[in-house]
Design a protein around this ligand. Sequence first.
Ligand code: RIB
Ligand code: CA
Length: 305
Amino acid sequence: MPWILDTDPGVDDAAAVIGALRLPLDLLGITVVHGNVPLEMTLTNTLRLKQLLGSDIPVYAGAAQALLQPPCHAPEIHGADGLGDITWPPLTVAAEQQHAVAFIVEAAKTYAGSLNLLAVGPLTNIALALAMEPSLVDAVERVVIMGGTHSAHGNTSMVGEFNFYADPEAAAMVLRAGWHVEVVPWETTLASLVPLDVLPEVGANPVSDTFRRLSAHLARRMKRMRGVEGLLMCDFAALAVALDPSVGVDTVKLYGVVETAGQHGRGLLALDYARRFGGAPNLTMYRTLEQESLQQLFRRAFADE
Ligand code: RIB
Ligand code: CA
């Protein structure tokens, strides 16, 4: 089952990239999107991670801005460079020439009916691919996204989760495309903090050592802002669902739409819990993840090779 990971590294994205490259996911390529930091940095960060893991995975630069939403970034969460502002060796790897959206469309044609998408950033690349090639809907087997909310607890506005808020129009296009989307929302990931001791001991291997350093900024913020010890690994949680849907121990199929109007409502994932006002379910909402399984996957991703 071939997968494409679409990402905006970002500290938690880094865990998803490392996991996608080290766990048994048949990864075709990584497409990069604007988000936590501008595209130039999310691309640099993806290449830094590719180089750190010594991977030959192709990396494709995608959308530098949202469809309509003005730029929206989160350096206060992820650091000015998006990966905790640590030092990195000079880059010796580069992105592919092909644009990310063209790569997604091409992969859909090559793997018609069996392509899978794991999107853990703003959904601009996925929306543009849908606009370029509407048959993408039929070419894709699973679409798993980290984004939205199950109870409108926003992290970027009162009701907006970052990935949906940073490009509400793209999120709306993805949810109404006609495929069934698996949604790993903000509240579920917030309840799935990875204990700090899940990372191997310092010195175990260069990947876990680098991740420990780059995630320190986010770990300190979690302690300061929420008084909790742990790693907020939103995007790794979505990877876990992609790898093993049974990690989701409480899921519900619902009809949902993304609000793109309103002063306070932009980016809201509106859900038809009453099953009266929308259409047939277009999404599976992962409300609870099995924590031990999630942590086991995290341990495997960062263990010594
Ligand atoms: O709301 C959390 C999401 O926004 C995560 O994907 C994080 O990396 C940011 O992109
Ligand atoms: Ca992300």
